[in-house]
Design a protein around this ligand. Structure first.
Ligand code: ADP
Ligand code: MG
Length: 677
């Protein structure tokens, strides 16, 4: 079926084949895999059962001669009135004045379109004479790209199914079909294009959603398998007593979640396979501590490690904490965009000679002239801020380097097993003891003065505060608080009472570092800032986080910002200042006040705003699915994942029931092809 060209379908000549080819349909498989976007169906329901804003079908008698209004240039509106169940319903057709002749007073028509419950009005997409609701089929509507009409596509698909029905082969194992009660491929294709009922359609869709997710997960598992096999030979000889000694000397005892994650990482480092692991943990859960110990482990094996972070501030902070935690014998260097000239050259030399053990840096770390003597371990912090490209470049620097991605943006499981489906995952799901949960409040803008009073009260008791604004400067378009204005206002109001600092992305690196130093040393009590302080910044004495226009941020981002406080032993507060207009915005503010579980928030974010908003779709490397929806089909996704893992780990390709599936996969994926040979 894959290789049958569309020309072999009866009635498809060169001209139609060409049109099909324009929308990337070359083979029978392409054609039958071109699923309808939606379906038209003339099914009549009583008026009171119709749902506002949904597509509905109405059957009624035309009451009057329809009226056409012309407005603007070439635009028209045709209005028909229908008697339905004794009520009068208005029907509107836009720019189709020619349809007037089809609505003859006294005759019955069936119309299909979007329903306005309040106005008893339907915006008509399609119409037919008579009462079609009893006999009408569910009609597929294909996306109308290219030069081919919907009716033409319907015909070709129907013909293809008629001509080749018997040739559509199943490739999923019977046992899986049976246990999930999925229709056969043949039947599924028939029903997804021309369902007899919505029930049938639902089952057909279930089948193809599963198929799609399974194929995707199989590919991921194959990559994972290849990655393991190709990278044999990079086992590190860790000096465990030294590592233990370092753990002993830390100012705190690791939580059991930290210990477990560390153990998983150290196992990977010592194994002959390349590590490809994601370390997830809420802000403040102690990921950095785990990272430091594991880098030290690499150093004890005589190799180099690198830590890549998204901002210069973070690079500096990490350098500080590393120097504090690690023995003086470990040589740590920092390479960021602001390190230039002689200093930079020196560091490059130390890297090449191997005398530098640990390199911390931003993107500057992946420039072409940065070469390591033996880079064996790379940690990428807050990885979603790096593009896929950059991740790969770094990966290629140290040929067999183990890679750990760290993220404090809890990634919903649905996303982590798609975007990071080829990775192993460690999770720190426990906070260090003694942390008090942050109290979160949502207030309206008219409470801002009281909010500032509250900040001042905390500051008087020795604590510090962040105030986050979405913008740096005043904007004509948006009536939202900007950092500069607020900074000047507060300086004025709190003159002689507290020192206010200003931080934003347009400051130079030195200026930023100066402001952060001042804040860390409590020379600045209140820091007005844009979201540059979002990730990683660690000032335990800060107890108040005010977020202006909080409804402009996503839940995950708000959670990140909130994580800047609550890092010490004092009670901390997060105050969201927002007057959201819509219900959705209000809902999001409520969720923030109710939960401090980052994973839950991430799931909510995904539900409320979709995956693109969590990462930005391009960077995320999120796959595009034809039918599957990562939010709604997460159960199918989990199932498909488990099945794929089983198939690869248990080498099912040797099993006759799975032959067809792996042969199908092999046509797309060369790794699968190699397995079969
Ligand atoms: P993350 O990187 O996950 O945001 P960090 O590693 O920066 O978290 O840890 C946050 C704070 O908690 C730091 O001040 C760190 O020293 C401290 N910390 C880390 N692990 C523990 C622990 N097991 N017990 C007590 N404090 C800890
Ligand atoms: Mg951190």
């Amino acid at each position: 079926m894959r290789n049958i060209p569309v020309q072999q379908i009866n009635s498809v000549g060169p001209k139609l084949a060409e049109k099909l080819s324009d929308i990337n349909i070359h083979t029978l498989e392409d054609l039958l895999g071109y699923f309808p976007n939606r379906y038209d169906h003339y099914e009549q329901k009583p008026l009171q059962d119709l749902v506002h804003n949904e597509k509905v079908t109405i059957v009624g008698e035309v009451i009057n001669e329809p009226v056409v209004n012309f407005y603007q240039r070439g635009k028209s509106r045709l209005m028909v009135t229908l008697r339905v169940d004794g009520a009068v319903v208005k029907g509107l057709l836009f720019n189709r004045s020619f349809a007037k002749k089809h609505f003859i007073p006294g005759e019955t028509v069936s119309v299909n379109g979007k329903w306005d419950q309040h106005r008893l009005q339907i915006t008509i997409d399609s119409y037919k004479k008579g009462n079609t609701s009893e006999t009408s089929p569910i009609t597929p509507i294909y996306s109308s790209k290219g030069d081919i009409k919907n009716s033409q596509l319907q015909k070709v698909v129907k013909q293809a199914l008629a001509d080749f029905y018997q040739e559509i082969d199943e490739f999923l194992p019977e046992s899986l079909l049976a246990s999930y009660k999925l229709p056969h491929r043949r039947e599924g294709l028939q029903h997804i294009h021309f369902p007899d009922s919505f029930q049938q359609l639902k089952h057909a869709k279930r089948r193809f959603i599963y198929e799609e997710l399974l194929m995707f997960q199989l590919k991921m598992q194959l990559y994972r398998k290849r990655n393991r096999e190709e990278t044999q030979g990079n086992a590190q000889q860790i000096d465990q007593p030294k590592v233990n000694q370092m753990i002993q000397s830390m100012p705190f005892i690791l939580t059991s979640a930290q210990s477990k994650a560390l153990e998983e990482i150290l196992n990977d480092l010592q194994s002959p396979y390349r590590m490809n692991r994601l370390l997830q943990g809420d802000v403040g859960s102690g990921k950095t501590a785990v990272a430091v110990i594991s880098m030290y482990a690499t150093v004890t094996s005589g190799k180099q490690a690198a830590l890549m972070v998204p901002t210069e501030i973070l690079a500096e902070q990490h350098e500080e904490s590393l120097k504090q935690l690690l023995p003086d014998t470990v040589v740590i260097r920092r390479l960021t965009g602001s390190v230039k000239g002689k200093k930079r050259r020196e560091i490059l030399e130390e890297l090449e000679s191997g005398s530098c053990d640990i390199l911390i840096g931003t993107h500057a770390l992946i420039q072409d002239d940065v070469n390591f003597a033996q880079l064996s371990y790379v940690i990428i912090d807050e990885q979603h801020r790096f593009g896929v490209q950059q991740r790969n470049t770094l990966r290629e620097k140290g040929v067999l380097a183990d890679i750990l991605f760290m993220t404090a943006t809890p990634i919903p499981r649905t996303l982590s097993i798609t975007t990071f489906g080829d990775m192993d995952v460690s999770k720190i799901d426990e906070m260090p003891k003694g942390r008090k949960p942050i109290e979160t409040y949502w207030v309206k803008h008219n409470m801002f003065k009281r909010t500032i009073n509250f900040v001042y009260k905390e500051v008087k008791q020795g604590a510090q505060a962040y105030i986050i604004c979405p913008l740096i400067e005043e904007s004509d378009k948006l009536d939202i608080q900007n950092a500069l204005d607020l900074f000047h206002q507060l300086q004025e109001v709190l003159k002689d009472k507290a020192t206010v600092g200003l931080m934003h992305g347009r400051l130079s690196t030195d200026e930023k570092a100066q402001v952060m130093d001042d804040f860390a040393a409590n020379r600045v009590q209140i820091l007005v800032s844009t979201t540059v302080v979002e990730v990683g910044v660690n000032v335990p004495n800060a107890t108040v986080m005010i977020i202006q226009d909080a409804d402009r941020f996503g839940l995950s981002q708000l959670h990140q910002l909130r994580g800047r406080v609550g890092r010490g032993s004092k009670q901390s507060y997060c105050i969201l200042v927002a007057d959201p207009k819509g219900e959705l915005g209000k809902e999001r503010m409520r969720i923030m006040t109710e939960t401090s579980d980052g994973f839950l928030l991430a799931e909510k974010d995904l539900e409320l705003r979709g995956p693109g908003d969590i990462f930005g779709v391009k960077q995320s490397g999120l796959p595009e699915f034809k039918l599957a929806d990562l939010v709604h089909d997460y159960r199918a996704l989990e199932t498909a994942r488990a099945d794929a893992v089983d198939m690869i780990d248990n080498e099912r390709w040797n099993d006759s029931a799975y032959q067809a599936l792996f042969h199908y996969l092999a046509e797309e994926v060369d790794i699968a092809r190699q397995l079969l040979n």
